[in-house]
Structures are given as structure tokens and as C-alpha cells.
Design a binder for this molecule. Structure first.
Ligand SMILES: [Zn+2]
Length: 430
């Protein structure tokens, strides 16, 4: 009897990553100002490059993004079932600390932002720091900004305790406002040249600050290869590992700048045939989309948000009855891939002599990596399934296939349940 682990509920994971979000302020406004000031100090007379932002656009970029927009955006995501990861830069551009407030801005905006983060965004999105400022590196001894940049010099960060302490500080600032982060986001290419040390530092920081042995980090956006979910530093017996969540599509909403409008067609065209997503959906690999918060806001025009609405409508057309795709948080994808890779599956066959055609099978799973909606395919037609002596309900369509059910299709049976730490026994009657 063959047993394989499938995608959760036989659906391809979809996830939306939102970077550069922070309470109260518009990161892009400060990022461009600070970068251009740095440029004037260090490379006088050298014009900023394209990636450093366009000074002539600055006058239409507002310094803040209102909580009202965050509310509208988050409520729409909730109502439309969109899940993923949303950044909370803890000390954005060094302007204010999330755990102290933003003294030059109205207190009610800060309070409203925190409420929206906690109550409307967090249920459907992992909240992660995107390092400390997303602009200059902070000197942790004095808490002042240095001349190094998180996403420039620290693409190749120090690989000693300094890196771990930096990530611990970012996580603690979220912890101080009651938000336990499930992982971190790299500002730009932060850590890219030292990925092994970076992954280790995130894992150590996460175990220390949030007591989470299975975090994730987001660093890679890859347009030229099929996505995967690489797992680092797995300790199978202890249930410890860290996942790298790789995005395959973006940044085609409104850019990181909020003035470079993207296009839904680059994700998926109206006829559902073109764009980056269809070939990945076809292969049933995780589709992680990435966008930037100032791009959704688009200087108040909300044009990037409109692109998101169009992409979501097309993904709904691609999967009208919800049987092909499943929106998930980044952490849920990480946990699923860990369980998929590090769960032992043993089949114990036992035929009943009086009933030569039918039989009883037992499958024993053992894991230290729990996950929701763990889904197995078995190449037998099965009439009855128990998981740890609990009867699962048989369903007759993929639409009804949910956790704690099983579905027979021809000679195959699919079984879905939440996988818990330790041993799980499946009793099957053919
Ligand atoms: Zn960023």
C-alpha cells in the first residue's frame, strides 16, 4: 500500500506577502529622504540610482499612511479570505518605536494602527519585523542610527552574535506590544550573502524571544525558477527547523515606491492563461505573491490595492468552487512543508482470514512537526477511516473535503486531519 503526503486538502497554497508596512508613517517617504541625504554625505555629486528612489516624486509622497486605509485594506482581505504575511517594521526609519509611539504624529493614529494590526490583520497574516528601521543599521548600544544600511552593507551582515542580537531586538519590540512574531522579513537583500548564518540567527532569536522552534524568514523573490520551501537546520527528534518562504511573483501592485504602478496581468491574465501564476498553479507549487504597503496605498490613490482586487477576482475565476487553491499564512506553509518532510510513515498490513477481499490496514505516523490539514493519498479504496480512534466522515466531492474527512476517487483515497506532535494511528478498513 502506497501512502504519499499531498498538498493541504489537495489545494495549492496561495499567500500574500506585504512588505514595508509599519504603523503611522509611510516608509517610502523617509527611505528616499534618508537615502538621498546619505548619498549627499558619502558620494557628493553622484546622482541617486533608480533603486534609490526618484527625488522628483517626493513631493507627491505623503509622510504617513492613515490607519483608515489599513482598516479598509485589512477588512477587505478578511472578507475575501486573503492570508499571508504583513510586516511590522518596529522602528521604521528611526522615526518612532512601535513600543513607545510616534511623538510627532497624532496619538490616535498610532493607537488605531496598533488595534488594526492586532485585531484585523493578525488573524490572517503573520506579523513579522522587517529588521529594525528598514533604512540605517541601528547601533544597539546607543540606539542611534549608523551610516550603514540594513539592505546595503548588511546584505553581508556580521555573522557573530551581533546579527542574532539585532534580530532579537526587532522581535522583542513586537513582543513588547503583545505581538509574537512567527518569523522575520529581510529588508531588501538583508542577509543574502550570509544566508546560512542569517537563518541560524533567526532560529536562535525566535527560540529565545517567542519560544518558537519552527519560525520562517522571507528573503527570496524568484521569477526564474519554480518555487520551493527550503528547510534549514532541522532537528527531527526535537521538532526544530526554520523555513525559507520563497515568493515567486511580484512586485506588481504599486511597487515599493508607491509610484510605480504594476499590472494584474503580470500575475494572471484575464483569460487565466498568461502571467507568472498559471504555470505554478498547474504544477501545484506554493504561489507566494509579494507587494509593498506604500504600493497598495499609492499616495492615496489606492491603485495597487485595485490591482490586488483584480488579481484576487481572477484567482477566484480560476478556482470558482474553492477546490484547487487554499490561502495560507507564511507560517502555515512553513509548518506544512516541515511536517511533509519530517514525519515518519509506517504501514502495518494485516489481512483478515475470513474476509479475503477486505482487510484492515494500520498506518502509524510519528512526528515532532505538527500542522493543520495534513493530507494523505492512499492507493486503495477505503470504506472506513479512524484517526486515533476517532471516526472521520466520508465526503463525496473535493469541495466538501476538509479536515477530519476522507474522500474516495476511483482506486484512491484522500484523508485529511490535523497532525499533532507524537504518534498518530490511522485504522483503515478496505
Ligand atoms: Zn522591504
Amino acid at each position: 500500500m502506497n501512502v504519499t503526503v499531498c498538498n493541504p486538502l489537495l489545494r495549492t497554497p496561495l499567500s500574500l506577502i506585504v512588505d514595508d508596512s509599519c504603523p503611522v508613517i509611510n516608509l517610502t517617504y523617509y527611505w528616499i529622504h534618508q537615502r538621498h541625504a546619505w548619498k549627499a554625505r558619502h558620494q557628493p555629486g553622484v546622482s541617486p540610482e533608480r533603486w534609490e528612489g526618484n527625488a522628483s516624486q517626493l513631493k507627491k509622497i505623503p509622510p504617513t499612511i492613515p490607519a483608515d486605509f489599513a482598516y479598509e485594506w485589512a477588512e477587505w482581505c478578511w472578507e475575501n479570505g486573503v492570508k499571508g504575511k504583513f510586516s511590522l517594521i518596529p522602528y521604521p526609519a528611526g522615526v518612532g518605536r512601535v513600543d513607545e509611539g510616534f511623538s510627532n504624529f497624532p496619538v490616535h493614529e498610532y493607537q488605531a494602527w496598533l488595534r488594526i494590526y492586532r485585531e484585523i490583520i493578525w488573524p490572517n497574516f503573520d506579523l513579522t519585523p522587517e529588521m529594525l528601521t528598514h533604512t540605517a543599521v541601528v547601533d544597539l548600544d546607543t540606539f542611534t542610527l549608523t551610516e550603514e544600511w540594513e539592505q546595503v552593507e548588511w546584505v553581508d551582515p556580521p555573522v557573530d552574535n551581533k546579527l542574532t542580537d539585532y534580530i532579537i531586538t526587532a522581535m522583542e519590540m513586537l513582543d513588547n506590544v503583545g505581538i509574537l512574531c512567527e518569523g522575520v522579513t529581510s529588508p531588501g537583500a538583508f542577509g543574502k550573502r550570509q544566508e546560512a548564518a542569517y537563518a541560524k540567527a533567526v532560529l536562535t532569536a525566535s527560540q529565545e524571544v517567542t519560544n518558537n522552534p519552527r519560525p520562517f524568514y522571507f528573503l527570496w523573490l524568484k521569477h526564474d525558477e519554480l518555487p520551493d520551501v527550503p528547510i534549514w537546520y532541522a532537528e527531527k527528534e526535537k521538532g526544530i527547523a526554520i523555513a525559507s518562504i520563497v515568493s515567486c511573483a511580484g512586485d506588481w501592485f504599486g511597487g515599493w515606491t508607491g509610484y510605480d504602478l504594476g499590472n494584474a496581468d503580470r500575475f494572471i491574465t484575464e483569460d487565466l492563461q498568461g502571467g507568472r501564476l498559471p504555470p505554478i498553479l498547474e504544477k501545484e507549487l506554493p504561489c507566494v505573491l509579494v507587494g509593498h504597503w506604500p504600493g497598495f496605498y499609492f499616495n492615496g490613490e489606492k491603485s495597487g490595492f485595485d490591482v490586488l482586487k483584480t488579481v484576487k477576482a481572477r484567482l477566484n475565476s480560476y478556482d470558482p468552487d474553492g477546490t484547487k487553491t487554499l490561502w495560507m499564512k507564511n507560517s502555515e506553509i512553513g509548518h506544512y512543508w516541515m511536517a511533509r518532510e519530517f514525519t515518519e510513515i509506517v504501514v502495518i498490513e494485516e489481512r483478515m482470514e475470513s474476509l479475503p477481499v477486505t482487510g484492515k490496514r494500520e498506518i502509524k505516523l510519528s512526528t515532532q512537526f505538527p500542522t493543520a490539514n495534513f493530507t494523505l493519498a492512499i492507493d486503495e479504496s477505503i470504506r472506513h477511516v479512524q484517526v486515533n480512534e476517532w471516526d472521520l466522515r466520508q465526503v463525496h466531492s473535493r469541495r466538501d473535503f476538509q479536515r477530519d474527512t476522507f474522500l474516495c476517487e476511483g482506486k484512491q483515497t484522500f484523508i485529511a486531519f490535523d497532525l499533532e506532535v507524537g504518534d498518530t494511528v490511522l485504522e483503515l478498513i478496505l
